[in-house]
Design a protein around this ligand. Structure first.
Ligand code: FAD
Length: 431
């Protein structure tokens, strides 16, 4: 572990509280000491600092700027950056487990941190698994080192806008945002909706289609470009007043003839398409936040029923059999959700088997729907006083409702794919 010692950057002082147990006990889940240390670092930051700030970000639909300063200080902006380039060198599983720890304390921070980390995870460990000729790999290594240096040294924040409001984000057609090749780079034009971190990221990691004059758009020509937020032609429009995940500030981005230099490509030509088809778990990275929220709803319920929830009178409600049954149901649901999710993030790899892909869809569905089911039960079980805005449960409930909506693996699309792929082999039809 080479990252600097933890020291909160913002005004909120650490609160003296009993440390939460890990979401996944390192011994029971056979994690290494290094993984456990990274997870502990995130959990400590989340519990002592992020938890205290979460209500204000939610209330004001304000981006967690202060949390990002802390994430930088703790080395966590560079979690998936190789150690020799100044990062923590985490693999996919370590990242997922760490993100889940943050999700327990501030959903919006965990979800936006996911968009940021994916720019390094996809261009890093994931791209290392994909075929590239030696020249392309060398060029990619040179370029990604530029991005990684900005993150490690300057705390640069990257986002990941790919949704456009059409079929592209679900993987159906080519992205409508276009990159026209010009001398030294591309001219980007298009619009991205629900762009988390808009107005706050330093670079927008835009998925777009490279298309020369007169060419037809093809998904094979998808480019992944880091568009500098301050570039001429970039604007953030629209307001942001949603049900949950309010701190993500997911407004609309407009790109009008934005020049993006070649070195700002996050992946070489053709590599995003390869990644999307041969490394499908890349789309499971939105789920850790919701595993954290599921745990948070359960932990809240246990503390509340035991009369140990800070900010509430020490009234015990645990002696009623109905409460005990509800907690048992929540516990079973939580363990089931965590078990399939742990397996899926542990086996993530290039060219997974059909069974592994179906399990990844099932894990995503279980995390996204399961978090909200557990939060719903938590509210019913704890009762009216527990859903006041002075307590975190109602925010956890609202944030957890958003998981199923995240493309490309929405809850509906996961069911759609599991059903079809379980019943049909590739190329099969009933004609
Ligand atoms: C809090 C929050 C943060 C977000 N942050 C980001 C971000 O940072 N970057 C980003 O790119 N996006 C982000 N999104 C957007 C998200 O991934 C979806 O793109 C968005 O919610 C889709 O909304 P829509 O109304 O356009 O959905 P639609 O495209 O209208 O789809 C509605 C539903 O129909 C279903 N559906 C869609 N396509 C198909 C299909 N081909 N076949 C069958 N069913 C289908 C899906 O279940 C989908 O949920 C965010 C969303 C939320 C709620």
């Amino acid at each position: 572990m080479t990252a600097p010692a933890l020291k909160p950057a913002g005004a909120a002082a650490p609160r003296p509280i009993e440390p939460d147990a890990p979401l996944f006990d390192p011994k029971a889940f056979r994690l290494t000491d290094e993984q456990a240390a990274i997870m502990t670092r995130a959990r400590h930051l989340g519990q002592t600092v992020f938890a205290g700030r979460a209500a204000a970000y939610d209330r004001d639909a304000r981006f967690p700027v202060e949390n990002y300063k802390d994430l930088h200080q703790a080395g966590l902006l560079g979690i998936a950056i190789p150690k020799d380039l100044g990062g923590l060198g985490a693999n996919y599983q370590t990242y997922a487990l760490t993100a889940a720890e943050i999700g327990r304390y501030c959903g919006a921070t965990a979800l936006t941190w996911n968009m940021h980390v994916c720019s390094t995870l996809w261009s890093g460990p994931l791209a290392d698994d994909l075929e590239m000729d030696a020249t392309t790999r060398a060029e990619h290594a040179r370029r990604r080192a530029i991005h990684y240096k900005r993150i490690v040294d300057d705390g640069a924040i990257y986002s990941q806008p790919f949704s456009e409001g059409g079929a592209a984000a679900a993987g159906g057609v080519a992205f409508g945002t276009e990159a026209k090749p010009v001398k030294g780079g591309w001219l980007v034009n298009g619009k991205k909706i629900f762009a988390s971190l808009s107005g706050h990221a330093d670079y927008y990691g835009v998925l777009c289609t490279e298309i020369a004059e007169g060419e037809k758009a093809s998904r094979r020509n998808t480019l992944y470009l880091a568009v500098p937020a301050k570039s001429e032609g970039v604007s953030v429009v629209g307001d942001w007043d949603p049900l949950g995940m309010r701190g993500t500030v997911s407004r609309t981005l407009i790109f009008k003839d934005v020049f993006v230099p070649e070195d700002d490509a996050l992946m070489p030509r053709g590599v995003y398409f390869k990644a999307a088809s041969s490394w499908p778990h890349m789309f499971l990275t939105l789920s850790p936040t919701y595993i954290g929220l599921a745990q948070a709803a359960y932990d809240f319920t246990v503390r509340y029923l035991r009369g140990e929830m800070p900010g509430t009178p020490p009234v015990k409600r645990r002696m009623y059999p109905t409460k005990q049954i509800a907690v048992a149901q929540m516990h079973v649901k939580l363990e089931q959700t965590k078990a399939i999710w742990f397996q899926a993030v542990t086996e993530a790899c290039a060219n997974p088997t059909k069974a592994q892909v179906l399990r990844a869809y099932a894990a995503q569905f279980s995390a996204m729907e399961g978090a909200n089911e557990i939060a719903t039960l938590a509210i019913r079980t704890c009762g009216g006083q527990a859903m006041l805005k002075s307590l975190p449960l109602e925010r956890i409930y609202r944030d957890s409702r958003c998981g199923s909506l995240m493309l490309p693996w929405t809850a509906e699309l996961c069911l759609d794919r599991i059903g079809r792929e379980a019943l049909y082999e590739p190329g099969e039809s009933d004609e």
